[in-house]
Structure formats: structure tokens, C-alpha cells
Design a protein around this ligand. Sequence first.
Ligand code: AMP
Length: 191
Amino acid sequence: MKYYILFGPPGAGKGTHAGAIAQKYNLKHLSTGELLRAEIAAGTELGLKARDLIAAGNLVPDEIVEGMIENAFDTIKGVDGFLLDGFPRTIAQAEALEQMTAARNDEVTGVISIMIPDAVVHERIAHRAAIEGRADDASDATITHRIETYHAQTEPLIDFYKAKGKYHEVCGYPGSIDDVRERVLSLVEEF
Ligand code: AMP
């Protein structure tokens, strides 16, 4: 199985490009953010636990997202692999993922990172707020907090995967959506 990680700050375009990659390589796109929003919409116990944390721009506890990912690995069949979008977001999650793949006699195939400057993160999320109506996109303070959370907790994953020779990066800015998609797809082609 292939285990690709789609990496980058909030608003980098992970969700925008995931579909094209998943389709081309017959991967299941797993967005922990989308899975969590579905739990909230369905009013589940897990959704209730996650709702306020997400709205405030904080991460939900590692065990919650690790459980969602492991459950997907166990139950989803008929694909050549997984495209993880928004997971892992902490070193602890990355270590849990190492264990999950090792338990399946496999390993992370590679990290596809889309990088954009912080100023562009703000601009993109403010624009997305008007379209998608996400609570965590709504206020400037929350966006700023998510950027800080990204730098503090998620950015260390770059060195984690560089040390394993698995980190690959493209520029998500400047360029049109088509330009960036082209960059992302040709990067994956090199793996
Ligand atoms: P996203 O759609 O990837 O921007 O995720 C939206 C929100 O869901 C994040 O700001 C977090 O609050 C939560 N979330 C998504 N993925 C994770 C994760 N891997 N670890 C912890 N929290 C997450």
C-alpha cells in the first residue's frame, strides 16, 4: 500500500489538490479535518468533544485522530493506498503513524508538502470563510492562532521526515491552482 502525506500550513491548498492526486493513483483521500466536521454535523460524542477545540483553532487530542486513521486503514478496501491530508499534525501522531504502517509491514511512502507564506494563509482563509462558512475560518484571531499552532506543533514534522529522506516540497504560491496542481502531480510522479 502507498501511504502519502499531504502536508502544509492551513490554506496551502491541500484539500484543493487532494482529489487529483487520489484519482490519479487510486488512493483514498483521508482528511482528518473533514472527518471531524462530519462527526460534528452528525452530533456524535466524538464531534461534541472536538467542536469547541476546532472552533478555537486548537488541535484535538492525538488519540482521537489516530483512532480515525487506524479505523480507516482497517476498513477501507479496494484502493492502492491512502492520501493523508491534515494528519499527522504532531510528532506524537507521526510516531503513531510509523507504528500503524509498521504493523501492516509497510511504511510512509513520502510527504508531499505545499508551502505558502503566512501572509497568504491569512488571505486564503479569509476568502474561504465566505465560501465554506467554517467556524474556525471566521475570525482573524482564530486564523492567527492556527498559524501559530502550525509553526509550534506541526512544522517540526518537516525535520522528522527530512531525516527519513521522505520530505518533498513544492511552492503553493505564487501560481494559479492549475500551476500548483501541475507541480504537485509532477512531484508525485518522481517518487
Ligand atoms: P483542517 O480541515 O485540516 O484545517 O482541520 C480543521 C481542524 O480540525 C484543525 O484546526 C484542528 O482543530 C482539527 N484537526 C484536523 N486534523 C487534526 C489532527 N491531525 N490533529 C489534531 N487536530 C486536527
